[in-house]
Write a protein that binds this ligand. Structure first.
Ligand SMILES: O=C([C@H](O)CO)[C@H](O)[C@H](O)COP(=O)(O)O
Length: 186
């Protein structure tokens, strides 16, 4: 086994441990909200934002009215729409302002974060707690061999993909129906 392959397996072990720490109840609540809500917005900065984008893409494939905040073509948030903020630290400044704005418009904020006690966690109507180490690892005891927020960002991607599978199960969707909505001008 090469060193890189060894690292790959260590990352998988970390992700496997992370799965055991996720809350089924919080995940199920999110799926129910996706079913009940009119419009869904997802925001995140940097790599956390990239994971959010991939979630929005799949929601679009499932026929949901979902948007990436900050993209050029995005709808307006209205009363009772949901804003999902993916932030490991829960302290990213632009996202704090966004949470405040969404709440002032009557939206519901869902924070997906490591830190429920963060500014965004406290502003949120609902927190989905992720395990892992935030960008600033100095005050976090969670063990990972990975740098910065990598474990959080990977956990986010897999969590969102698991939520997609649960939604598909509930709605009887499959890959074929979803490919029907996939970009065909690629
Ligand atoms: O891009 C990021 C960085 O590479 C950390 O691993 C972060 O996702 C970005 O800085 C946003 O941070 P959080 O809001 O704390 O997730």
């Amino acid at each position: 086994m090469t060193q890189t392959t060894h690292y790959f397996k260590s990352i998988l072990d970390e992700l496997s441990r992370a799965a055991d720490l996720l809350s089924e109840e919080q995940a199920e609540k999110l799926v129910k909200q996706l079913i009940a809500t009119n419009k869904i917005f997802v925001a995140g900065a940097g790599r956390s934002g990239l994971m959010g984008k991939s979630f929005v893409m799949r929601m679009m494939h499932m026929g949901l009215d979902a948007y990436v905040v900050g993209e050029t073509v995005t709808a307006n948030l209205e009363q009772d729409d949901i804003l999902i903020i993916a932030s490991g630290s829960g302290e990213t400044k632009s996202l704090v302002s966004m949470a405040e704005k969404a709440k002032s418009l009557g939206g519901k904020v869902i924070a997906v974060t490591i830190n429920a006690d963060s500014t965004i966690g406290k502003l949120a109507d609902q927190v989905i707690k992720m395990p892992g180490s935030p960008k600033d690892q100095s005050e976090n005891a969670y063990e990972t061999i990975q740098p910065m927020g990598s474990l959080f960002e990977q956990t986010l991607l897999l969590f969102f993909d698991a939520v997609i599978l649960r939604y598909m199960e509930k709605k009887g969707l499959d890959s074929d129906t979803m490919y029907g909505k996939h970009a065909n001008l690629e």
